[in-house]
Each structure stands twice: as structure tokens, then as C-alpha cells.
Design a protein around this ligand. Structure first.
Ligand code: NAP
Length: 322
């Protein structure tokens, strides 16, 4: 593990710190390390980001059979470390400020100084905010089918949401569950057409259209959902042993509030060069306002942010060639 104090002690200033170890951050790490920039990547947990928990990614170019999210990000990490990227895992960012041209990152392991920063902190699943959700989290309530699906062998489970995540994970759950019920608040899915076709024709998948979850019920573990019809308000109980929630995402930007400009939903505002409102600080991937939330796009962001961060640092040093 990288010793952050050794990295930043006695006033040492790094070239670039990348915050976040998903596809955007790791790609930036590959480019910066290969450019021989003195770079450190900080990660809250261990690198991988949300795609590491995706069972199969089918739309990342170059893998016609699809590739497991874990394999893909593991490869990115190996590639970055192969070029010398240092990674500080389990070291969350606590705050960011500037002292002239130097950016100061407060982390759990102390302060780190750098001339440029790339924020690639991603997003996390939103909560539904209904009774029983917190109480039964880990006891039937889950936000990750890839992590928990195997615990629901031959069970009836519900998936809440109609987006790509909900439908992809519902399809994944059919491997284990006897029946998967997708509960969606509208009468059509938001997910892409190919996923829709698969789910709508799947013998193990049923739908509860125009229904919202009012409550998650249980004793020791989840036993069912109280659903309400969005038009009539009529309530019904759906007995299930598990419920997987995919009702959108929230940006991981709490520690950046007041440091860089955020949009009304908390995503980081950037210009076309991925510059944030703090000079020398860039944002990449899902956390950026306007991101399309795709692994391939996050990779593209990582490249752009890395090249611009490199240019910024070289400019400060007076070595940029233009
Ligand atoms: P999303 O696209 O925002 O979908 C969230 C779903 O939850 C929507 O169907 C929404 O309903 C529903 N919802 C939101 N709030 C709700 C509430 N309070 N009660 C009930 N339902 C609620 O989120 P996502 O599926 O996690 O996807 C996030 C992004 O990642 C998307 O851009 C997606 O395309 C991308 N992604 C892509 C892939 C892929 O390409 N294979 C896989 C996963 C994710 P409405 O439809 O009525 O708004």
C-alpha cells in the first residue's frame, strides 16, 4: 500500500492526484503514469468503482462476447500499475482547497498536495426512502444483485426500477431466483431496447406496472412489499424474500461542496475540457454533470482529463509545447 505521508511529507507536491478508482480514474492513471507524471490515485475502498460489480458488460467496444466488470477494471488497474501508478486504497477524500497553484487534498491519512487533481468519484445507488429499507438492508434489501443474488436461490425476489440497471440485474437474478418481479412506476421501461426484449420475453420475469413500493415488510428478514397503484392508490401485498433497488443514483460529491461548482443535483460542473470551477481541478466519469453514465464514456473522460491535467502541470512548469 502507498504511504501517503511519504508521498506528501515535507511540502512535497505531486503532479496529479486522481480521486476515484473506477474506469475514469484508472484510465487517467494509465495515461498520466505512462506520461511519467508523478501521480497518485486515491480510492475510498479498493479500486474498481461501480462497474466492478457488474456481472457482464456487453457494450464496451472490443469484447464481442461481453466481459465481466471485475475483469475489465482489474485489467485497467494492472495496466495503470504496470506504468507505475501508485494507488492509495481505503483512503477517502475528506476535502479539497487551493493554496495558490497547489491543491491540498485532505484525506483520512493526512494532507496531500498536487498541482492538478482529477475528480472521478462516481456515484452510488439512491435510496428509495420507504419504511423497512434501512431496517432490512443486508437482510433481504440489496442494491447489488451481482453481490447478493446467489443468496436467493429458488426464491421470489422483486427488483424496483425500470432503467438499465434494474432490468440488467433482474435478468442476472433469474439464474438463481425462481421468479423475479420487476416493480415499475410507469407502464413502460426506461431500459434500452435489447434489455427490454430479453426481460419482457423471459419466462421467469413478471411485471408489476404503475406500482410504487410503500413499505418493505419483514420479521427477521424481508417477507414482502406493500405496493400502491400510482393511479388508484389501491394497495396490495407482494410476498418476496428479497428486494433489489435500482431507482437511480447520487453523485459522490459531499466532500466537494463549496470547493467546486456542483449542479442542482450535486454533479460536478465542467467545461468542454473537463475543467471544474477550481483551476487545475478536472472531473471525469459519472460524477460529471452531463455524463452519459457508460463505461466507455468514462474511459474517454479519463483520457481527456489526464491530457488536460498533464498540460496544466507542464504549463506551470513552463515545459508545455504549443
Ligand atoms: P436510471 O436510468 O436513472 O433509472 C432509474 C429507474 O428508477 C427509472 O426507471 C425510474 O423510473 C425509477 N425510479 C426513480 N425514482 C423512483 C422512485 N422514487 N420510485 C420508483 N421508481 C423510481 O438509473 P440506472 O438504471 O441505475 O442507470 C443509471 C445510468 O447508467 C443510466 O444512464 C443507464 O443507461 C446507465 N447504465 C447503463 C447500462 C448499460 O448500458 N448496459 C447498465 C446500467 C446502467 P422512471 O423510468 O419512471 O423515471
Amino acid at each position: 500500500m502507498t504511504d501517503v505521508n511519504a508521498e506528501s511529507g515535507s511540502g512535497k507536491v505531486l503532479d496529479v492526484v486522481v480521486v476515484g478508482g473506477g474506469p475514469a480514474g484508472l484510465t487517467a492513471g494509465i495515461y498520466l503514469s505512462r506520461a511519467r507524471m508523478n501521480t497518485l490515485l486515491l480510492e475510498k475502498q479498493s479500486p474498481g468503482g461501480a462497474p466492478a460489480l457488474t456481472e457482464r458488460i456487453e457494450n464496451y467496444p472490443g469484447f464481442p462476447e461481453g466481459i465481466s466488470g471485475y475483469e475489465l477494471v482489474r485489467g485497467m488497474r494492472r495496466q495503470a500499475e504496470g506504468f507505475g501508478l501508485r494507488i492509495s486504497s481505503f483512503n477517502p477524500l475528506l476535502g479539497l482547497r487551493e493554496e495558490g497553484e497547489v491543491k491540498v487534498l485532505q484525506t483520512e491519512e493526512g494532507e496531500i498536495r498536487a498541482y492538478a487533481v482529477i475528480l472521478a468519484t462516481g456515484m452510488r445507488p439512491a435510496k428509495l426512502g420507504v419504511p423497512g429499507e434501512e431496517e432490512f438492508h443486508g437482510r433481504g434489501v440489496s442494491y447489488c444483485a451481482t453481490c447478493d443474488g446467489a443468496f436467493f436461490k429458488d426464491s421470489v425476489v422483486a427488483v424496483v426500477g425500470g432503467g438499465n440497471s434494474a432490468v440488467e440485474e433482474a435478468l442476472f437474478l433469474t439464474r438463481y431466483a425462481e421468479r423475479v418481479v420487476i416493480v415499475h412506476r410507469r407502464d413502460r421501461l426506461r431500459a434500452g431496447k435489447i434489455l427490454q426484449e430479453r426481460a419482457l420475453s423471459h419466462p421467469k420475469i413478471d411485471f408489476k406496472w404503475k406500482k410504487v413500493v410503500k413499505e418493505i415488510k419483514g420479521d427477521q428478514r424481508v417477507t414482502g412489499l406493500v405496493l400502491a397503484d400510482v393511479e388508484s392508490g389501491e394497495e396490495e401485498e407482494l410476498p418476496v424474500e428479497g428486494v433489489f433497488l435500482y431507482v437511480g443514483n447520487l453523485p459522490n460529491t459531499e466532500e466537494l461542496r463549496g470547493a467546486v461548482e456542483l449542479d442542482e443535483r450535486g454533479f460536478i460542473v465542467t467545461d468542454a475540457d473537463l475543467r471544474t470551477s477550481m483551476k487545475g481541478v478536472f472531473a471525469a466519469g459519472d460524477v460529471r454533470a452531463g455524463a452519459v453514465w457508460q463505461v466507455a464514456a468514462a474511459v474517454g473522460d479519463g483520457v481527456r482529463a489526464a491530457l488536460n491535467a498533464q498540460f496544466h502541470v507542464e504549463n506551470l512548469r513552463g515545459t508545455a509545447y504549443v
